[in-house]
Design a protein around this ligand. Structure first.
Ligand code: HEC
Ligand code: HEC
Length: 315
């Protein structure tokens, strides 16, 4: 075919129109402005926090869209177009230096965010996120409110759960070490309570545990395990002082369960996304030997009561 002027003009117009239809008109016509089922209006405080998120460039390191190939935070629910109807400008972002935040709301209680925004190294010793303490307490409250709203109604459910369990955790902490340990262990299912740590407390294993402790735990539980890490002044209830577990029958299985799942309502995060099974056992042995001064590593499993039935009450 010869490239005459009419053919070039018609051809490029056709090409342009088809791209316009596929990339702009079709999505506009089919997606519309319908909010998805989880969307709710933001409060004034949350809007204020959103402006801070925009102004401080949080979107340069954090995305807000969950893909079907994701495995991290919020991966239970893939993002839908209707999640973004209230977002002008939208903050989907492109760079995942930090985790995706679409479902961050209620992932942690407010006090965890207070410590994390003051200095991310307090709760995450190896974090590269900058400190936002210069924003001051008033603006940080707004920013926290916004972050806690990410995920809208799903976030509200999770946040409600955090607040309910925070009251229980605080009451247990206020009742003294004996009652606090009893409360903490009452949430560990029976089979885990009788499970000794199957990994040996070899020098290599303890050294691995030490490394994990320094990379994940030291900012809260502190270098000597007394709960006096730099995050301590921000947290209520404060990080556990491991020495109160001495002589209170803590097994390798209890430590494993608590590290794996975290403790809802407290700043204690779950580590099942970051730490493989062996790492949790290793850090459990390190905590048991170094701070509690007793370890059941390698003991024969005691088995569970024949009458045992799993409790229906989850948390
Ligand atoms: C230089 C990149 C960078 C910037 C800028 C940044 N972050 Fe982060 N953020 C990270 C990294 C890396 C992590 C993971 C480690 C951690 O928890 O600190 C993270 C973690 C987080 C988490 C915790 C997620 C979780 O549940 O584990 C929140 C919430 C968060 N950032 C919010 C913000 C907000 C709000 C801003 C803006 C005020 C911001 N970030 C700016 C890199 C960044
Ligand atoms: C952001 C702070 C924070 C970080 C990081 C943290 N913890 Fe905790 N941890 C807590 C708090 C708070 C509690 C609960 C205290 C309470 O309710 O009295 C707790 C409780 C625990 C318990 C419960 C003990 C029991 O007998 O039930 C274990 C075990 C534990 N942490 C181990 C770890 C390990 C291991 C790490 C690192 C992999 C870690 N924690 C990281 C704050 C933290």
């Amino acid at each position: 075919m010869k490239m005459t002027t009419p053919i070039v003009v018609c051809g490029s117009t056709l090409l342009f129109t088809s791209v316009l239809v596929v990339a702009v008109i079709l999505p506009w016509a089919t997606l519309g402005e319908r909010p998805s089922a989880i969307v709710r209006p933001r409060t004034a405080l949350e809007e204020e926090g959103r402006a801070l998120y925009v102004n401080n460039g949080c979107a340069f390191c954090h995305t807000q869209f969950v893909r079907s190939i994701d495995w991290g935070l919020g991966a239970e629910r893939v993002a839908q177009a209707g999640d973004y109807v209230a977002d002008q400008p939208n903050l989907v972002g492109t760079e995942r230096t930090g985790p995706d935040l679409s479902q961050e709301g209620g992932e942690h209680p407010d006090d965890w965010h207070r410590a994390h925004f003051a200095n991310p190294r307090f709760t995450r010793p190896e974090s590269v996120m900058p400190s936002w303490e210069f924003l001051g307490p008033v603006r940080l409250r707004a920013l926290t409110a916004y972050v806690q709203s990410l995920g809208f109604r799903l976030a509200d459910d999770r946040d409600g759960r955090q607040q309910t369990w925070k009251r229980r955790a605080q009451a247990a902490f206020d009742a003294g070490p004996e009652a606090n340990v009893a409360w903490l262990h009452s949430m560990v299912p029976e089979p885990w309570r009788w499970l000794p740590n199957p990994y040996p407390t070899s020098p290599a294993g303890l050294e691995r545990g030490h490394r994990i402790y320094e990379s994940f735990c030291i900012g809260c539980h502190g270098p000597v395990g007394d709960g006096m890490g730099p995050a301590q002044p921000y947290l209520q209830p404060p990080p556990l002082n491991f020495t109160i577990l001495r002589g209170r029958g803590v097994s390798g299985g209890i430590l494993y369960y608590q590290i794996m799942n975290g403790i809802t309502g407290t700043a204690m995060p779950y580590f099942k996304r970051e730490l493989e099974s062996e790492k949790i056992w290793d850090v459990g042995n390190y905590v048991a030997v170094t701070f509690i001064g007793q370890s059941d590593a390698g003991a024969a499993p005691r088995g569970i009561e024949a009458s045992y039935e799993p409790s229906a009450e989850g948390r």
